[in-house]
Design a protein around this ligand. Structure first.
Ligand code: SAH
Ligand code: MG
Length: 211
């Protein structure tokens, strides 16, 4: 990955360790030859830089979906809260300006397309088959499950699914992403790689809509 982009990714606020970001980038660069990339969970655009760099190399684009109001675990009083991302006017989280700044400094504005809103209604209206899907939105059980249910059918045959924050051991982290991973495997996605909490799978079924 380009050194300058790597610097921007490392400097951005967010929840993507560098080794996992690089693994994400490599998986997305290959899958991006099949079709566009889509991420659920933009936050401040950190993973979007790793993915956007991959999209540029593959000659495609990254759509990144977020309502920018934060997950449950990002709200005041929770473990992953950052006061800097609270809009003083409304008292609510707003990570959209941070995302825009990150993508501008990465010079990826022509490749990274922010889609602002709730994941499920966007997925329901979505029609473009995806070469690569990255699920890293809310980690509450119902939210993570809904992201998988509504977005996974959009992954092309031969396309890639990546899931973040998968912890088999409950003492290491919440179990919702792990349960999503288990369900993906049960649905026929083939596990291909693990880097830290990042799991990469491939859709080897020939008819994804049968799911
Ligand atoms: N990928 C990011 C981290 C994402 S954090 C990084 O690299 O740092 C999870 C994000 O999911 C939060 O920004 C939150 O606003 C978003 N989110 C949670 N539930 C959502 C939903 N139902 N629809 C859209 N976005 C959601
Ligand atoms: Mg994550």
């Amino acid at each position: 990955m380009d050194d300058r982009l790597l610097e921007v990714a490392r400097a951005a606020k967010g929840f993507m360790p560098d080794d996992e970001g690089l693994a994400l980038h490599d998986a997305a660069r290959l899958a991006g030859r099949l079709g566009p990339l889509l991420e659920v969970g933009t936050y401040c655009g950190k993973s979007a830089v790793y993915l956007g760099a991959a999209a540029r190399q593959a000659g495609t684009v990254l759509f990144t979906v977020d309502h920018h109001r934060g997950s449950e675990e990002n709200q005041a009083g929770w473990e992953h809260h950052d006061r800097e991302v609270v809009d003083p006017e409304t008292g609510r989280m707003d990570t959209l300006p941070f995302f825009r700044r990150t993508i501008r400094s990465a010079e990826l504005e022509d490749v990274v397309i922010g889609v602002v809103g709730f994941s499920t209604p966007i997925a329901r209206a979505w029609r473009t088959p995806l070469g690569f899907l990255f699920i890293d939105g809310g980690h509450a059980e119902d939210v993570a499950r809904a992201d998988y249910t509504h977005w996974a059918p959009h992954v092309m045959a031969g396309g890639t699914l990546a899931i973040h924050d998968v912890f088999e051991d409950p003492s290491a982290g919440g179990q919702a992403p792990f349960r999503v991973w288990q369900r993906a495997v049960a649905d026929g996605f083939q596990p291909v790689a693990t880097t830290g909490s990042l799991r990469v799978l491939r859709n080897e079924t020939s008819n994804p809509s049968s799911r």
